[in-house]
Structures are given as structure tokens and as C-alpha cells.
Design a protein around this ligand. Structure first.
Ligand SMILES: Cc1ncc(C[n+]2csc(CCOP(=O)(O)OP(=O)(O)O)c2C)c(N)n1
Length: 367
């Protein structure tokens, strides 16, 4: 294992002065380290944007690198092939190896992408090297040396990073003290709409929902980050008599922000889009999102939602949920939530298979 500082320093020594990415817990150390000073790390909404930031920096004469979870390869493959490879921009990308080498030891949403990652890169003729958990500074330097050869040929190499290869750094304490605990916010929302079909976003939200409000009418969307509101739209359009509640995260909403415009345009009256806004990617270690400078309610209203509010307290959530069910939507309810203090509950797939989750949800919707 190398330390987060060694990782960042070796890259800085080679002139890589800017990084962008979407967090994976594998990169919690470097992201925390780089974020201690402004201007070194750009938190991107999705992996394609991160690669494109690095592409812009490369065009403007700066060496930049990208960090991402391999589950985000799907978000990145378009700018990788149609931008970076087409214009031959030398960019270095680090991708974690979730679901690899043995998918059975990781969460089910990584089972397809884990073993497929090296072959997927091969299929688009992208060179890749691997940093293993037991590798030290010397091995990392050798990996970078190989990557430099690719970069010199105007190629865009990947370094695939095994779990445990890079050390952690202490995450910055969240400066936010206003809001509700996430599990409490979820309990308030779901108990105010007990008949609703619920779609819970990836990460800790699904775990909290499973812990405090599990019902067969809940779809736990593990993986496919950023798509909970689109799934909710599909359900709401298909079942216009049923209230549909989407439990989203700030990082997840930002990942595919265009969904706001799609929902505003389709205008399903039965959709309540709840955003649990803790301003961080809490599930991957608390790396900042960019939500602190974004107003989700104003965006939703501008995108055509019927109503959008922000809630800080229990009473705000109760009032917002009553209103959202009494007047036609789509509604956006942005609940400010606090940094987590207690234990992290187990995920739904510890008790249910993904097919159980699908079948329960489908049966409930058919009734
Ligand atoms: C495409 C993709 N990129 C990255 C991840 C890794 N990931 C899992 S949860 C998460 C953070 C989600 O942040 P947010 O929606 O704000 O919810 P929170 O973790 O704060 O509850 C990330 C980045 C992922 N699952 N999928």
C-alpha cells in the first residue's frame, strides 16, 4: 500500500497539478489530501465530466488526472472514445476495481462491471496497468513510468486500483450543523406517505430506508447512481393513481441533473422528489459535492416542477409532505441533512436478493 500523500506527491512530481473525479472509497485518501488546498481537485458531477475537465486542462497545457469508481466507466466511455481518443489527448485515469477479482466479495451492483473492466478497456483499445494492494512506492513509480510511455504516444492510459492499494486520509469535518439526521428525514417522509411507491437512491440512503422504513413497495436502487428520479418518473407515468416518492441524494441528483428538466417537462402530478442534501458523498467517505453553491428548489422550479421547497426541521418536512399530496406535482422537497454520527446500517441486499427487491416491488405495484 502507498499513502495518499505518496500517491499525490508522485503525481505532482511528474507535473500532474490538477485532478478531477467522482469519489470511490478507494480514492478517499487522495481526494481528502488534495482538497485541503483549493484548486487541486475539481469534484465532478459524473465521470464523463471529470474526464472532460482533464481534457480541457490538457488542451490548455496542464497535466491532469482523473479518479473514479469502475462503476462510472459507463458515464465516461463516450468522452473517452469520442473526445479523448479522437483528439488524442494524453490523460491519465485511475479507476478503482470494485467487484474484482471476485465479484462475490463485493456488492451485487459490481458483479458485472468488476470482471468486465479490463476487457471493456481492451475493447476500446485503451492501455491499462494495475496497482495492487501489496504494491509500494517503487511499484507505483514503475506503473507511472509505463503510463508515461502511453501518454508520450498521445494515448490515455488507465491505472486500475485494487482495494487497499492507497491509504486513507482523515476526511474533513463537515461544517454543516443545520438539518435533520438522514434516517429521521426518511422516516418522516415515508410515514407521511404510507401508500406511496418509494425509489431509494444508491449508497447510505438505501441502507437507512431499509433500516427505518422497509416495505415491499420500496425499490432499493443499488448502483445506477443518479437514476432514481428517472426510475420514479417511469413508475409515476405508468401508475398515475399511485403516489411515487423518490429518495435522492445531492451527489446522485447532480450526477444526472438533466432528469430535473425531463421530470418538469413530463410533469407527473403524482411524483414527489425528495433530495437528502448533506452536501457530501457520505457513502464514499464524505467528499464534498458541489451542492453548497446550488439551489435544488430553484433549479426544480426553473425546470418546470409545480412546487419546490427546502426543509431544515421536522415541521417543515411534515408541512411539505402534506402539501405535496394535496396539490398536483411534480414536487421537489430538499431536506438539509446532518453528517452521520451513528453506525451505518446494513444494505438491503444483505437480507434480500436484487431479484427479491424487484419482485416485491413489481407485485406491490400490480395490486
Ligand atoms: C456511476 C457511479 N459513480 C460513483 C459511484 C460511487 N458512489 C456510491 S454512493 C456515492 C455517493 C452518493 O452521494 P449522495 O447522493 O450525495 O448520497 P450520500 O452518499 O451523501 O448519502 C458514490 C460517489 C457509484 N455508485 N456510481
Amino acid at each position: 500500500m502507498i499513502t495518499a500523500q505518496e500517491f499525490c506527491d508522485l503525481l505532482a512530481d511528474r507535473g500532474f497539478t490538477l485532478a478531477s473525479g467522482v469519489p470511490c472509497s478507494h480514492f478517499g485518501g487522495p481526494i481528502a489530501h488534495l482538497s485541503t488546498e483549493p484548486g487541486r481537485y475539481v469534484p465532478a458531477p459524473n465521470e464523463g465530466s471529470a474526464l472532460s475537465v482533464a481534457a480541457g486542462a490538457a488542451l490548455a497545457g496542464q497535466r491532469a488526472y482523473v479518479m473514479l469508481q469502475n462503476s462510472g466507466l459507463g458515464n465516461l466511455i463516450n468522452p473517452l472514445t469520442s473526445l479523448v481518443m479522437t483528439y488524442q489527448l494524453p490523460i491519465l485515469t485511475f479507476a478503482s476495481l470494485r467487484g474484482w477479482p471476485d465479484p462475490a466479495t463485493d456488492e451485487p451492483q459490481h458483479a458485472v462491471m468488476g470482471p468486465a473492466t479490463p476487457g471493456l478497456l481492451d475493447s476500446v483499445d485503451t492501455p491499462h496497468h494495475t496497482l495492487y494492494a501489496q504494491d509500494g512506492v517503487e511499484e507505483f513509480a514503475a506503473v507511472l513510468e509505463k503510463a508515461e510511455k502511453d501518454l508520450a504516444e498521445q494515448r490515455a492510459p488507465f491505472v486500475l486500483v485494487e482495494r487497499g492499494a492507497i491509504g486513507k486520509a482523515a476526511a474533513a469535518n463537515s461544517p454543516h450543523t443545520e438539518g435533520l439526521p438522514a434516517a429521521e428525514a426518511i422516516r418522516l417522509v415515508t410515514s407521511a406517505a404510507p401508500q406511496a411507491a418509494v425509489v431509494a437512491t444508491t449508497g447510505f440512503t438505501g441502507r437507512d430506508t431499509f433500516a427505518v422504513a422497509d416495505t415491499p413497495s420500496t425499490f432499493y436502487m443499488q448502483g445506477s447512481m443518479g437514476h432514481a428520479s428517472s426510475i420514479g418518473l417511469g413508475v409515476a407515468l405508468t401508475q398515475p393513481e399511485r403516489t411515487v416518492v423518490v429518495l435522492d441524494g445531492d451527489g446522485a441528483l447532480l450526477m444526472h441533473l438533466g432528469a430535473l428538466s425531463m421530470i418538469g417537462s413530463e410533469a407527473p402530478p403524482n411524483l414527489i422528489h425528495v433530495v437528502l442534501d448533506n452536501r457530501v458523498h457520505e457513502s464514499t467517505g464524505g467528499q464534498a459535492t458541489t451542492s453548497a453553491t446550488t439551489s435544488f428548489p430553484e433549479m426544480a422550479k426553473a425546470a418546470g416542477y409545480a412546487d419546490a421547497v427546502v426543509c431544515h426541521r421536522e415541521e417543515d418536512v411534515q408541512t411539505a409532505m402534506l402539501r405535496a399530496q394535496a396539490t398536483p406535482g411534480p414536487h421537489l422537497i430538499c431536506i438539509k441533512t446532518l453528517p452521520r454520527t451513528g453506525a451505518i446500517p446494513p444494505r438491503a441486499t444483505n437480507a434480500l436478493s436484487t431479484l427479491d427487491i424487484r419482485d416485491r416491488f413489481q407485485n406491490d405495484l400490480r395490486q
